[in-house]
Write a protein that binds this ligand. Structure first.
Ligand code: RUQ
Ligand code: CUA
Length: 651
């Protein structure tokens, strides 16, 4: 035998072996689709060792998924920003997710992930997150780790105090950071005091997750910063911090720091429901979008809405009260019992903790200090449970361990301060590196925290990591809180600026994680169920390619008859029904991203060939030993050519 023959034989054997391995070796994973289980409620108090942590990507607009305690990054979920890796915001199917009343918006700034809850405990169905810049709230489905819905918030200047949920996701609340004329109009900026208003928005969440704007409350023109809903006895109320009660419209760093106390707005949303039922609202015509994914069609749709109900405190006595709170408060956090409301006053020397029961008594006794724009201001002393002294400089956010302790981040003194609920005494403190913003305990804003760890989410890392040019990484730090003393366990970098993060026991999500999309349920109008249906159709200048992928070829893989000036739609269906076998699709010169098509899914990109010639396409995701063989050719002819559409696979 000559050498060339032996080589050919060896290659032949290895190709056959690879083929057998690919087609049989990987078939063992079960075609589990846990979607039908997702309706069940997993309330899971108790002890857990492993958690998923969801971080806001900050100015990346996405959500990061990390393991705890490992600190390893598993995934980035695209939410408000285009993501070429997953074709999010590039594929024809996903583009509608980023539609707003301002048109298609490819980016946003995301701050607060918030897990859905059942009976006040994270249930693992969804995670919500806010878009700060063009006000929106997204709902991410935790069976697929993909964004399922985005609703725009009308009459909002910037959606920062959002999206915090009530005990059973009756509402997701949202407050506007910037006040604006409502409805928005062309007025002099220095007419701020007369013309600018804030809004507090209540988004209704249906049992299947569908969001709608239930109502908005028109409030004085302050800056509204953060929020939290009540729980237990305070269920039915929601709390919103405000600053700039001075109503400055320039140089806020000085002008908005004059008042000794600003306010926490306590809103009785059950009362709001009564007023809505009685028709005590005004309708405002405001355009806003709701975008949602149809999981069977594998497509997003945009729905335009044009009206919201607005409640005005003047017409709705008992709807809203102010709790005076020192000084420019940022976070507002409700303890697991629902009785205590802690505020982080950026410029305050103490952490004021309000008592819900005292607040109710003060309301009954009309213990008011004054009124502001018709809203009663309760007396500080009448609602205060206690002040935590020696709490560090620049206290921002507080989370709870469920064992009677609270943990507050102090931005300026870069530390976490642990204090005891009831005695209001600081019992421990630990430095963070550096400039901690939020902090997060698994379940730490819920009724039943899994209080094993606290994660510090730091804005600045200086000397902690290798330099990476002018911008250094942001980071998180994992701290053990199972004993009396906090112990630093790990530093790990994060993507984007992590504002808030939330964690949930891994077990709760793992059992619901979806593995494939069943191909028989694929209702995409351009999807195909089998390779034999693959085809190319011309319709005027539009060419529709109904393409399939399976290890390891495209069908068809040779296409001719495309002309310059055509719009070529590649509708790629992945026929695989195995877990974790996506195929990618990319065409030379396409002015868009690749596609990453998951098993059982159909996705589309449009390609507009500019010049005649031959154009290769290929699979971008290394899917088997013959991944490099997964390719094809397109022939593009001049505009006036008479080459007819033809396509094939094999000879
Ligand atoms: S914020 S660092 Cu955007 Cu939540 Cu407090
Ligand atoms: Cu399919 Cu690589």
């Amino acid at each position: 035998m000559n050498r060339r023959y032996i080589r050919a034989l060896l290659i032949g054997i290895s190709v056959v072996a690879a083929f057998v391995l690919m087609h049989y070796g990987c078939q063992e994973s079960k075609n589990l689709s846990a979607g039908d289980e997702a309706e069940k409620v997993y309330v899971a108090p108790g002890d857990y060792d492993e958690f998923y942590m969801f971080t806001s990507g900050g100015f990346s607009g996405q959500i990061g998924v990390y393991g705890l305690p490992s600190g390893r990054l598993f995934r980035q979920i695209p939410v408000f920003s285009q993501d070429p890796e997953k074709a999010y915001g590039y594929s024809e199917e996903s583009k509608p997710m980023l539609m707003t009343s301002y048109g298609f918006i490819p980016w946003d700034d995301a701050h607060h992930p918030e897990l859905s809850q059942t009976d006040g405990v994270p249930d693992g169905r969804w995670i919500f997150i806010n878009a700060n810049n063009t006000p929106r709230v997204a709902r991410v489905d935790l069976t697929t780790f993909t964004t399922a819905e985005i609703i725009e918030i009308p009459n909002s200047g910037g959606n920062h105090g959002s999206p915090f949920v009530t005990e059973n996701n009756e509402y997701v609340v949202a407050s506007t950071r910037f006040s604006l004329p409502i409805p928005n109009e062309d007025v002099p900026i220095n007419s701020f005091k007369e013309n600018f208003k804030g809004t507090l928005t209540f988004i209704k969440v249906a049992p299947d997750g569908k969001m709608s704007i239930a109502f908005q409350i028109l409030v004085p023109g302050f800056d509204y910063d953060l929020a939290h809903a009540g729980k237990g006895p305070s269920h039915g109320w929601a709390f919103f911090t405000s600053y700039n009660t001075e109503q400055a419209n320039t140089l806020l760093e000085v002008n908005a720091s004059q008042n000794d106390k600003d306010f926490i707005a306590a809103v009785n949303w059950k009362k709001a429901e009564e007023y809505i039922a009685k028709g005590n609202f005004k309708k405002s015509s405001s355009t806003f979008y709701r975008n949602y994914v149809d999981e069977k069609k594998h497509m997003a749709f945009s729905e335009k809405n044009s009206e919201v109900k607005i409640l005005s405190p003047d017409d709705c006595p008992g709807l809203i009260y102010y709790l005076p709170t020192p000084k420019s408060p940022h976070g507002v956090d409700v303890d697991p019992t629902g009785e205590y409301i802690a505020a982080g006053g950026k410029l305050a020397a103490v952490i004021p903790v309000h008592s819900f029961s005292k607040m109710i008594k003060a309301i009954e006794n009309k213990d008011f200090e004054t009124e502001v724009y018709g809203i009663p201001v309760l007396k500080y002393e009448s609602v205060l449970a206690g002040e935590v002294e020696n709490c560090g400089l620049g206290p921002l956010h507080t989370e709870f361990d469920g064992k009677g302790f609270a943990y507050t981040s102090a931005f300026i003194s870069s530390e976490i301060v642990k204090w005891e609920i009831g005695t209001w005494k600081v019992v421990d403190r630990i430095p963070t590196y550096y400039s901690i913003g939020h902090l997060s305990i698994p379940g730490g804003d819920s009724k039943k925290p899994w209080g094993k760890y606290v994660v510090a989410l730091n804005k600045i890392t200086k000397d902690r990591y290798l330099p990476t040019g002018p911008e250094l990484t942001q980071s998180a730090q994992l701290i053990d809180i199972s004993g009396d003393k906090m112990k630093l366990l790990l530093d790990f970098p994060t993507i984007g600026e992590p504002h808030y993060a939330q964690s949930i026991p891994a077990e709760i999500l793992m059992k619901n994680s979806k593995k494939i999309y069943p191909i028989e349920e694929n209702e995409h109008p351009y999807g195909i169920k089998a390779e034999k249906d693959a085809r190319v159709e011309r319709n005027g200048n539009d060419v529709h390619v109904y393409m399939s992928t399976i290890r390891t070829h495209f069908a068809p893989d040779n296409i001719e008859g495309i002309k310059v000036g055509d719009n070529v739609y590649f509708h790629v269906t992945n026929l695989e029904q195995d877990w974790d076998i996506p195929h990618g699709f990319a065409v030379k010169g396409a002015q868009t991203s690749e596609l990453l098509v998951l098993p059982g899914m159909t996705e589309t990109i449009v390609w507009k060939p500019q010049q005649p010639g031959i154009y290769p396409f290929y699979c971008t995701d290394f899917c088997s030993a013959l991944h490099q063989e997964m390719q094809g050719y397109l022939r593009v002819s001049p505009k006036n050519s008479n080459v007819e559409i033809s396509y094939r696979i094999g000879n």
